[in-house]
Write a new protein. Structure first.
Length: 72
């Protein structure tokens, strides 16, 4: 059984302001084909990265032992 794919252009949601246009293969009849949305836009999340001062680092974070898998 053949699965037909179409070469589609798309712009990731976060790149609309700079006009970036990319292309990729899309399965014919898929949601991405039908409404033009980019599938991976659903995984584009904003994460709040904590910040701290040098003093906070010295008081609270310095000397904490990391698990082996997190050691740099």
């Amino acid at each position: 059984m053949l699965t037909y794919r179409l070469w589609k252009e798309f712009t990731p949601k976060e790149r609309e302001k700079d006009g970036l246009v990319l292309s990729h293969w899309v399965k014919k009849g898929s949601v991405e084909d039908e409404n033009g949305t980019y599938y991976f836009d659903q995984f584009d999340v904003k994460v709040d990265v904590p910040t701290y001062t040098e003093e906070e680092y010295e008081n609270w974070l310095k000397g904490i032992e990391l698990p082996e898998m997190l050691e740099i």
